[in-house]
Structure formats: C-alpha cells, structure tokens
Design a protein around this ligand. Structure first.
Ligand SMILES: [Ca+2]
Ligand SMILES: [Ca+2]
Ligand SMILES: [Ca+2]
Ligand SMILES: [Ca+2]
Length: 478
C-alpha cells in the first residue's frame, strides 16, 4: 500500500510539473521555475501537528524546487511538500522532531517542529460521585447550539447521567447530574443524542441495564442543556443493554433507536413515533452473542439505516440490512478477532460507502472491514476483515473523525487496560497508522468527538470509569 501511495503521489507531482513547464520557462538544474532568485522563504519557523499542514512562500514569488531535509518533495517520514510550498507533516512524529524546509532559489531555510496532534487540555469533573459514578459512556452533542460541544456521561455506578455544558471556548460550566428514573438499581450504561420529537432540540436516549427493570429512557431536551421530560420503554427482564445507537429504520422521518442486550443476546428495535416515545418495539433474536457494541449507518446506500453489532461472545461482527419497514434481512456474519468490544461506522476509504472498524479487546486489535461499495441488497456487504492493527491493552471503545482534516477518517481507540488512547491517522484507502498514544484517566471506557473551543477542529473527550472524570484532549489545529 505504501508503494502504491508513493507511485500515485509521484505521478501527481509529475503531472503538476508538466503543467508548470508549459506555463513558465524551465530553470537550471531541472527546477520547475523561471527562477529569478534569490528569494526569501517565510515563515522561518513553524509548529505543525502530525498530519497537519503549513504553507511556505517565497518573496519575490517564483517557482522553485521545494525540499524537506534536502529531499525534493520530502518523504513520508519527514513530511512532504508540494511544488507550491504546502508542507504536510508526517503521520508519526519524526526523530529528530524538527525538519528543515528549503527551496532551490531561497537564500534561507525554515525549521518545522512536528508536534503531537492533541494537547492535554484538562480533566473535567462530572459532579459529586458517592461512592462512584463510573461513567461508562460519554457523548459530545451540541445541546444549546452555541458552537461549543457539550458533554453528557452515563454513570453506571450511581444511576445518573451528568450534563456538562461548555460555557465558553475555554471552560465548562458546573456539572449537572440527575437520576435516571427512580429505581435504586438504575444502571445507565450507554446513551445517544438525537432529535426524537422533531422540535430541532437534541434529546437523549439512555440504555439502562437496571437488573430489576432494564429500559430505554428518553429525555426530551429544551435546547438549553436541560431535559425536563423523561419517559421509558421497558426491555425484557435481564436484557442488560450495554450499547445504543439511533437511525431511521423505516420509511417515516422519525428517529428510531436500537439497543444491544448483552445477557439475552438480542437487539431491541425501538421505532419512534415522532413525539419522543417508541410505541413499536421489536426484537432481533438471531446471530447475537454477548453484544458489547452497536453502530448504525446506511451500509448499502438504499436510504434506510442498517445495523452492525460487535459480538463479544463469538468473535464476530454481524450486519443487519434494513428492509425499510423496521424489519431486517438475515444477518451477515464476519469473524474478526478475539473479544470484539466496540464497532464504529465510518467511510475509511472515501468511496461514499460506510466501512466498519472494530476493537477486539482480547487480541488487542483494531480491525477494519471495508464496504464492497456495491449497493446490491443481497450477498455480503463487506469484504473480509483487513489486516488488524495493534492497540494498547484491552481496547474497549473507539470513535471516528477526521482529526487532521485531510478529508480522510481517522480513529481514536480507548485502551482501558493501560489508561491510554491511541489515535490512528487514516491514509484514505482503508489503511492507517498508529500515530500517537496519549495518557488519560483511570479505566477509560468511552470516547466522544466534539469541538469544545469552536475552532472547527475535532477534539476528544474520554470517560474515565475508574476516577469519575472526563479527559479532554484539544486538537492543536492546522
Ligand atoms: Ca427534540
Ligand atoms: Ca440500508
Ligand atoms: Ca467506504
Ligand atoms: Ca484524517
């Protein structure tokens, strides 16, 4: 794959050179410019996060051969630079961490310091926790549309959720915890945000693994971070729903919900009526084995959302294609790796068809499954799993986002067993590299993508179940 990318990049550069040659006279030494030279290169220093970009210019402006560490065009290891001076940092911090940018007509060079993508931006409280909150899930929706993502955690330890509003580009407001229902054994394990009653304010659906009365709770939002209206749909006894997702599984416009029930080995499909309640609940009972994760996307691009489930019990991911009326086709099963713990849908190769990425906790793997990209409604939707990537200890959750904004999806994996998160930068062809690993809090359990300072660069929030906090990692941008 590396070689293929090299060839593509080389071919693209050659094409650009040809265009340049037709427009300007060729300079001496094979350069592409009509070079008057000498020129001044600026800026003379820059700090660029892994996979990020910086633009260098020449004064007076002219064509030149741009170099990184004296290599024309640079390399994957030190970063690449285009014929017009746009430098892209490597996906892994180089050694040494600084590289030198040059241009054939310049009398000076520039120094680039390649830095980590995320800065440790702090540890956020989720409120008073006695004896413990055990936040097992975190989401980062825009609750009041002020341009800053907010936080909501599902606190399995004390039966609450915590809403933490971002009040400005730099600070969160005081956490606002509230009990889920009235049961003493309430155990919110997962949650999802969506507008379930169509009033344009985001609502919450919460998977409550209450041993006495498992349920899905709906909290209707007022657009200000408060959720005064609560209702519930009972699940079968001992269901133990540990994951939840939302989508549209039938032909009406109302948002629907799916929960994966760990003990009963079922899915519950909750079809919304547009008022925030779910009068129509149907189960999927086959091919589910101790499910720990569920993801929703329209895998075959027929307009109806489909479901993927991480089956911890039999090392598979199963895919259910919607038939458009709330029912689903027979499962497609893919054997991934030991101990599937979470699944996310994202277009990893940029063909418009959602792919899957699965964490396998026992094998310490991140496993991609690439969508075949054929909208057929029969046969297997995905290729067999691609070569897995190594993770930290006990990868338990993951999220997708384009963290370096190169147009290609990246993945953040939570390693519960060593209290870290690993960021994989995607090459856009379905392959990726473990770019960086960051320390977080104790026993991290969940990661969410948000923009907490309103700069349009994706930040990360990690729920630490062992110390009742959320770690915020701020994207450095550029
Ligand atoms: Ca709403
Ligand atoms: Ca579909
Ligand atoms: Ca794809
Ligand atoms: Ca990216």
């Amino acid at each position: 794959m590396n070689n293929e990318r090299f060839r593509y990049a080389a071919a693209r550069s050659a094409a650009i050179v040809c265009v340049a040659v037709t427009l300007t006279a060729c300079g001496p030494g094979g350069g592409i410019g009509g070079g008057e030279g000498p020129a001044t290169l600026s800026p003379d220093t820059a700090s660029v996060p892994v996979g990020g970009r910086a633009t260098f210019t020449l004064s007076p402006a002219q064509a030149a051969d741009w170099t990184v560490n004296d290599l024309v065009g640079g390399t994957a290891t030190v970063g690449r630079i285009t014929p017009i001076g746009v430098y892209t940092a490597p996906f892994v911090i180089p050694s040494p961490t600084t590289v030198t940018i040059g241009a054939s007509v310049a009398t000076n060079t520039a120094t680039v310091n390649v830095v980590s993508r995320f800065a440790a931006a702090g540890t956020q409280s989720i409120g008073s926790c006695t004896p413990s909150c055990a936040p097992n899930a975190v989401i980062a929706p825009y609750l009041n549309n002020d341009g800053y993502s907010d936080l909501v955690t599902a606190n399995a330890g004390n039966g609450t959720i915590s809403v933490v509003m971002r009040g400005s580009a730099s600070t969160f407001l005081a956490p606002s915890p509230s009990a889920v229902g009235v049961s003493a054994t309430a155990e919110p394990q997962a949650l999802v945000a969506g507008d379930f009653n169509g009033d344009s304010s985001r609502d919450l659906a919460i998977a409550d693994a209450d041993t006495a009365a498992p349920a899905v709770w709906t909290r209707l939002g007022q657009g200000d971070g408060t959720f005064p209206t609560e209702s519930s749909v009972a699940l079968g006894s001992t269901s133990r729903p540990l994951s939840i997702a939302s989508g549209r599984f039938d032909s009406d416009v109302n948002l629907d919900v799916v929960v994966a029930n760990f003990v009963t080995n079922t899915l519950s499909i909750l079809r919304g009526d547009g008022t925030g309640t779910f009068p129509n609940v149907t189960p999927i009972t086959s091919d589910i084995a101790s499910p720990l994760g569920v993801a929703v996307a329209d895998f075959n691009q027929d307009g109806f959302d489909d479901i993927a489930v991480a089956n911890n019990g039999d090392d598979t991911v199963v895919v259910f294609l919607s038939v458009g009326n709330g029912a689903f086709q027979t499962a497609q099963s893919y054997t991934v790796a030991g101990g599937p713990s979470a699944v996310v849908a994202a277009d990893l190769n940029g063909d418009g068809f959602p792919d899957l990425a699965v964490t396998a906790a026992t094998d310490r793997h991140l496993v991609p499954l690439i969508n075949k990209g054929t909208p057929a409604s029969s046969g297997s939707t995905f290729n067999q799993p691609s070569t897995p990537y190594s993770t930290g200890v006990e990868p338990i959750a993951l999220a997708a986002a384009d963290v370096n904004r190169d147009g290609f999806q990246d993945l953040a994996v939570v390693n519960k067993g060593d209290n870290t998160i690993t960021v994989f930068l995607g090459y856009g062809d379905g392959t990726a590299v473990a770019s960086e690993t960051y320390p977080v809090g104790n026993a991290p359990q969940s990661v969410a993508v948000g923009d907490f300072n309103g700069d349009d660069w994706p930040d990360l929030a990690v729920a630490n179940s062992g110390d009742d906090t959320v770690t915020i990692l701020r994207n450095r941008g550029s």
